[in-house]
Design a protein around this ligand. Sequence first.
Ligand code: SF4
Length: 383
Amino acid sequence: MNGESYFNFIQEAKLFMSKNNENNFVDYKMPEKESLLVAKQREYLSIAMQKAFENLDDNLVKFESKYSCNGLKVNWAVDYDDVLNKLRSIISKRKVKTANYSNHYIYKEIGLEDLLKKEKVKYTENIADINFIDVDMLVSETGSLLVLDSKMDKTKRINSGSINVFIIGLERVIKSLNDAEIYWKVMYSLLEKKYDTPILLKPKNKENDYLFILDNGRTNMFSMKKQRIALTCLHCGECKKVCPVYNTVGEVSYNNVFTGPIGNIMLPFFEDISSYKFAPYACLLCGNCEKVCPVLLPLKDLILENRIYLFESKNVDSSDKKRYGTYKTTVISRKKMNRSKFFRKLALKRFLTKPLRKKRKFPELSKTTFNQQYIQATQNESR
Ligand code: SF4
């Protein structure tokens, strides 16, 4: 691909839009500051993504047929091993020694860094033999890739004559250029205005340009009627910033690239369910995350849906079941809740098993029960 072909593509796309009587083609100039954060854009994006989602099959087929009209192939990858094997073969055939990539979540998801280490490919900030270019969206009606660029950095790399690899999850497809524009505006406002230039790419070089569309558990999640909406997540990280659980336990306990509220929803479907059945319970249901999500995901409800799903599919440990059973009978019994400090401490010790107590300091219990404190407080108030 060369610089010219990109501009040609813009012209082609404009022509395409005008033929289809749509005169709202993106004019790539910066939108006004004030309009960036308008809630309507988020609402529009949420609806556009959900619509694209409802016809995911259709949109992907349309995308592939438009994309491959230049003779290029879409590489469909079932899981990360699939992508890694194909990358390994490109690296060895093309004798790749240097690579350039960002810290985009998709590279962490597939384990790109480990592969490059094993293949002795070194990271470079200069012109590399292979460029991993972050793709934001697939635009189905034009068969193009939407890439958000900063200071034309990615554009320079793409046009450097090196191998370009584009990897994207299969849920990241939107229908029109108009939707692409709104997506960019929302991302621009979210990510500290870092990505100042949206590029629409239509790779043409069969030898150098490789596109991988990754499943890796996404179709699993897509089969869940209620939870699948979570695939419209933009991975902006806003929900994590306001999550009290995530801010206490941090990234480490997830041992995955998907963490925080959205990780609690996705992980049981993206990974082996038995390893992540704890995830939906790592939530206090405070709802902070829902207030900041740019695509208005009902995160709290989705976490609850996951709990129901795990329970119904018998993915709950018997020890957890027992523990919650005891907890329930205790909290609904006034007699048990009014026990002395000694007995309350004993009961809590049974609930918080040894491994849990090892990691956390045992809470200091009050001498008086909650019931006694409540009565005291209401009596004081009425005096
Ligand atoms: S705030 Fe919403 S879009 Fe952003 S990462 Fe969380 S769930 Fe995804």
